[in-house]
Ligand binder design. Sequence first.
Ligand code: E4P
Length: 217
Amino acid sequence: MKFFIDTANLDQIREANDLGILDGVTTNPSLMAKEGIKGQESILKHYVDICNIVEGDVSAEVIATDFEGIVREGEALAALHPQIVVKVPMIKDGIKAIKYFSNKGIKTNCTLVFSPGQAILAAKAGATYVSPFLGRLDDISTDSITLIHQIVNIYSIHGFKTQVLAASIRHAMHIVACAEAGADVVTCPLEPILSLLKHPLTDIGLEKFLADAKKFM
Ligand code: E4P
């Protein structure tokens, strides 16, 4: 399973990358706004800065919601750097655009996916990644992990090549459940990634080992 970091914060991307376990980055307009990045030129430069930190795929989201606009924005984003993946919302014109990008060999991430039916459409259109959102489903008291199991199962039965990129990850248990469900990728903020390190017995055990080691010094 690949690990992507879900942020536009360059320091956090560097920190995750330094761990040696990072396979890519996802961003969205809210994450870019959180970093205070404004204006087309700054936004495009920021995507290139991210690509220069990591080796893997970097999702950059379009703002347009009409086919021509999505294609125009997506082609400009894809031309920025070979690591850019064009992130397109799950809407009618988005599906048309994903099919267009797929035919042109441009990688895509179909975002804002909340149902198995939407995931089937994304795969049929040839999306490189499909992004089902876990946390936002949990927020409305819906079992998000079942959705990951359903999509993984459907893709496996039908041989769809689209990778399941579990998004809107809020905590370590989401990551573990996605791994069990067979998600190809999880994208999460830095905190859930770092929280995988933690176990109280690790801390207690290390403290004891270090105390005992001092007896030999
Ligand atoms: C990533 O591709 C998504 O945009 C992101 O994971 C959404 O996360 P959120 O629901 O925590 O905003």
